[in-house]
Ligand binder design. Structure first.
Ligand SMILES: *[C@@H]1O[C@H](CO)[C@@H](O)[C@H](O)[C@H]1NC(C)=O
Ligand SMILES: *[C@@H]1O[C@H](CO)[C@@H](O)[C@H](O)[C@H]1NC(C)=O
Ligand SMILES: *[C@@H]1O[C@H](CO)[C@@H](O)[C@H](O)[C@H]1NC(C)=O
Length: 664
């Protein structure tokens, strides 16, 4: 396309000036015609094109009324505290208290002493004791004071412009370079290293070799930008995973693989295998995603360089394509530069562009707080420069949009149809904001027919709690469960959801989901309507005959779960119970008779099974409550990053059909 245009321009120049002006005019008219025809076409097509479009463009609101309540100027909330973002007492009264009504007083945990489950209660006891102390401090305003002092002290030196480490220092830091303030547009990292000579590798995960076959020679390394400020118990998100495989890839060729990993869920791999990206493929800041390299080392690189020089001398072609070999070679020093552009990352090796990787949704540059290099490589030095000068690693105001528009509507007086409790962690400011700006805007939620609340425990960092309290007071949609957050105690939040749904809002049905779950509210309500009047129900993606994993990182010990099987249980990212079940859970908890297990979804399955032994429960299974990602026609989608949430919502507004946002 571009080349064609250039040729046209060349032609025009050689005509007489008058004639060329005429032609230019005609071209201009044609261009205008094309543009005026094409723009509406692009807009119409926009909804089905890659979803990233929908993020930057304000959505046409044709069908919005169906889903979303209009912003009514006369809504009661609009009048309250108009001058100030600080909550006034009158505003706070509109909401229930921000602290959970769950009785976490420590004697509740003391009375349990059966050995089998006492470990759980011991850690719950400690967590709620510390949590109570933290909360009291927070209420007295002590921690605010403390944090202000700390912030003033540490503000000047915390964001270096550049960081450099020698190979030995890098090794001494465990192959990780900390980037305290993350990266920003224009930041670049230079890595000087030498890939090691291939070694026989027998790890079946890498080589896919079956036992007994001979091992494969492997030489590969991995450079990663990681988000190190994450929830305990989870691997850090890999904001960029860059993996050159010199030898040992299953394809038998040297490749470079790039990817991202959010909450331990890998995206789709971007592989460069030596072919240049096709001309019709999207570029990244004008660069191709993959450059070409010679795929078989047959020495034709010399020949092609020679022909290139010959052509240049003769002046026959201006094309600058030369075939270079694969950029990494065993035992040969390379200089790699990774830079952050507008649209993505660019990797140059020895001065030549190699790959570009478009930014993926949900992976922000400022979150890239660590660079890790592992694998068959000797690192000589690492240098990061043009780093951001301000500290974004903890800046909730970047994620939180303190606008009354996102505040929760007042609670209704009577019974409600559905209460949705969303599990969240203290520092998940961005995740919560994305929920507020997406499915929580549904008209059934805006009109309080359905009430949704986040359930958050206290964070180990006091400044997070200070912000959390402010956020809870402003938006009115957070219920704080005052214990120290801990992956193994998440089930306490589930109990708190039952308590809130039964006591604070009096809901007919109670749903539990996560802050990376996208809930298609209409589908949930339809499902509920179809079973209402049939008594007790348990709806979700139900697992039958699952067994505990007894080894590995997520192992469940026999002390924790002595039985061989789990009860039938609905997957945690989205399930619904009728209020009588929730009532049963909470009254058993209050009578200290509730058995608690660290996996909250299995716990719920166990409680429902108990309940079912006295009153029949209808189990409703649907695969539309997705455990892994998103499927078309979903009721809930899981592992959705904040930007995917917004994308899913925009798709729902624009087209009635639920469609996934699987961003590449
Ligand atoms: C709310 O504000 C509107 C104008 O913005 C005003 O007319 C109305 O009286 C106010 N209501 C209350 C209860 O203050
Ligand atoms: C930064 O703070 C340290 C003490 O924390 C002080 O010694 C230093 O002079 C300060 N630097 C600047 C540029 O203000
Ligand atoms: C629920 O209880 C009924 C009647 O006791 C029983 O037949 C059924 O198998 C139970 N369901 C589950 C999933 O335990």
């Amino acid at each position: 396309m571009k080349r064609g245009k250039l040729e046209k321009v060349d032609m025009i120049v050689s005509f007489t000036r008058q004639r060329s002006i005429q032609i230019l005019l005609i071209i201009g008219v044609l261009y205008l015609l094309l543009v005026s025809l094409e723009i509406p076409l692009v807009f119409r097509a926009g909804s089905s094109v890659v979803s990233q479009d929908s993020l930057s463009r304000p959505s046409p609101l044709e069908s919005e009324e169906d889903l979303e309540e209009r912003e009514a100027p006369s809504r009661p909330l609009e009048n309250i505290s108009r001058n100030s973002l600080q909550p006034t007492p009158s505003r706070l009264n509109q909401f229930n208290k921000i602290i959970s009504g769950l009785a976490l007083e420590t004697e509740a945990f003391e009375s349990r002493s059966e050995d089998a489950i006492s470990e759980f209660y011991r850690s719950a006891k400690i967590a709620s004791e510390v949590g109570k102390k933290f909360w009291d401090e927070l209420e007295s305003g002590k921690s605010q004071h403390l944090e202000k002092k700390k912030a003033e002290k540490g503000s000047n030196s915390s964001c270096p412009h550049s960081i450099s480490l020698s190979g030995n220092d890098f090794l001494a830091h465990g192959g990780v370079m900390m980037l305290p303030c993350g990266l920003t547009l224009g930041s670049h990292i230079t890595l000087v290293g030498k890939p090691r000579v291939a070694q026989p590798e027998s790890d079946p995960q890498i080589t896919m070799v079956k036992n007994g076959e001979e091992s494969v020679m492997v030489s590969q390394f991995i450079m990663e930008l990681q988000g190190l400020n994450t929830v305990e118990g989870e691997d850090p998100p890999r904001i960029l995973h860059f993996n050159p495989r010199l030898k040992g890839d299953w394809s038998g060729k040297p490749v470079i693989e790039l990817n991202t990993c959010y909450r331990m869920q890998w995206g789709s791999a971007h592989r460069c295998e030596g072919w240049k990206s096709k001309a019709n493929e999207d570029t990244v800041d004008g660069q191709v995603k993959c450059e070409k390299w010679i795929r078989d080392d047959e020495g034709n690189s010399e020949r092609s360089k020679a022909t290139w020089w010959l052509n240049r001398l003769i002046g026959r072609t201006k094309r600058m394509d030369i075939d270079w070999p694969y950029p990494f070679a065993e035992d040969k020093l390379f200089v790699l530069t990774l830079s952050a552009g507008f649209e993505g990352y660019h990797v140059n090796v020895d001065g030549k562009h190699i790959v570009s990787f478009p930014y993926r949704t949900g992976f922000a540059l400022e979150d890239a707080t660590g660079l890790s290099v592992i694998g068959d490589i000797d690192v000589q030095s690492v240098l990061a420069a043009s780093l951001p000068q301000s500290h974004p690693s903890f800046a909730p105001q970047q994620h939180l949009e303190m606008s009354r528009r996102w505040q929760a509507p007042p609670l209704p007086d009577g019974e409600i149809d559905l209460f949705i409790g969303i599990l969240s962690a203290g520092n998940h400011f961005a995740e919560r904001m994305a929920v507020r700006k997406s499915w929580m805007r549904h008209k059934l939620i805006r009109s309080s027919k359905i009430v949704a609340r986040f359930f958050v425990a206290l964070h180990a960092r006091k400044e997070v709690n200070v912000e959390l309290k402010k956020e809870a007071e402003f938006f009115g949609d957070i219920v704080i469960v005052p214990y120290m957050d801990n992956y193994d105690l998440v089930v306490l939040k589930t109990v708190a959801i039952c308590e809130h749904g039964v006591h604070a809002v009096s809901a007919k049905y109670i749903m539990k989901c996560d802050d990376d779950t996208f809930v298609k509210v209409d589908s949930i309500m339809n499902e509920i309507k179809s079973v209402s009047g049939t008594g007790s129900v348990y709806i979700g993606n139900i697992n039958y005959y699952h067994k505990p994993l007894r080894y590995g990182k997520w192992a469940v010990t026999y002390e924790e779960w002595p039985e061989e099987d789990y009860p039938p249980y609905a997957n945690g990212p989205g399930y619904i119970v009728s209020s009588d079940i929730a009532q049963f859970v909470i009254s058993n908890f209050e009578r200290r008779k509730l058995r608690l297990f660290k996996m909250e979804d299995v716990s719920m399955g166990m409680w429902v099974e108990q309940f079912n032994s006295s009153k029949a429960v209808k189990y409703v299974h649907s695969f539309k409550y997705c455990q892994f990602g998103c499927i078309e026609e979903y009721s809930t989608a899981h592992y959705q990053s904040p930007r995917q949430m917004i994308c899913l919502w925009n798709k729902l507004l624009r087209q009635a059909k639920p469609e996934c946002c699987n961003m590449r």
